[in-house]
Design a protein around this ligand. Sequence first.
Ligand code: PXL
Length: 279
Amino acid sequence: MKRILTIQDISCLGKCSLTVALPIISAMGVEATILPTAVLSTHTMFPDFTVKDLTDQLVPITEHWKSQNVKFDAIYTGYLGSAEEIEIAKKIFKEFGGDDTFIFIDPVMADNGKLYPAFDMEYAKLNAGLCGEADIIVPNLTEACFMTDTEYKEDYDKEYIEGLLVKLAKLGSKKVVLTGIAFNEGKTGVYGLDTVTGERIVYETDKVAASFHGTGDIFASVSVGAITRGLSLNDAFKIAADYTAKTIEETLGNPAEPWYGVDFESTIPELVDTLRQYV
Ligand code: PXL
């Protein structure tokens, strides 16, 4: 069985980061090894959340794995809490990376034109440096703008997005994939560039008119799981985008209206069925 190391926080309540990555990577038929960067009572969109930083645990945990000769097929980073954790993530890439291990980075820090509460411009620059170490990065439009000093535009055209891909490519990742992008009304999807072949990675699906927390983590977890299972990037991002859209739709039908995260648990059987058509 393939194995992914995922490095991000545990928000105990809130359905994002590790509480999403772990079940979804498992559903994708891949073993998930977790490296929790912090334990929060909830994600940061709740008021008055608590945080226990785990930075001092990252090196001892990974040193232990090294002593056990553990190997990973992929390393996937999401929400990291601090500059120091970004530096440690880079060291982990060096120690556990290599030709048989691809690095997948979701530079989680911002959305809708704004940085999340815990972050500033300095952190955005460091995240840009981390992205330079990746094989694949999946920023949203806001994160891409912060990392490349580009003006954020909600009304964009192809020229603007192509320009952004060129700037992202300069950060150093082999594949740069913008998420939440589409050029047609009522759609959303991915638009990316394979910097080695020059090929575009494009997929559009119907946009569900609602936005929930943790959907980026769902998208990233399905994508990295599918790529680790050997699917092409185009297939992986298609499955991930369709699953995310379906899950948002399902959540809108829930009379309890859980505003803080989506009902991805209800749609996992469909995800597994879809995957079976590919592997
Ligand atoms: O879904 C991204 C995410 C992960 N972890 C924490 C967050 C967020 C988004 O706000 O607050 C703690």
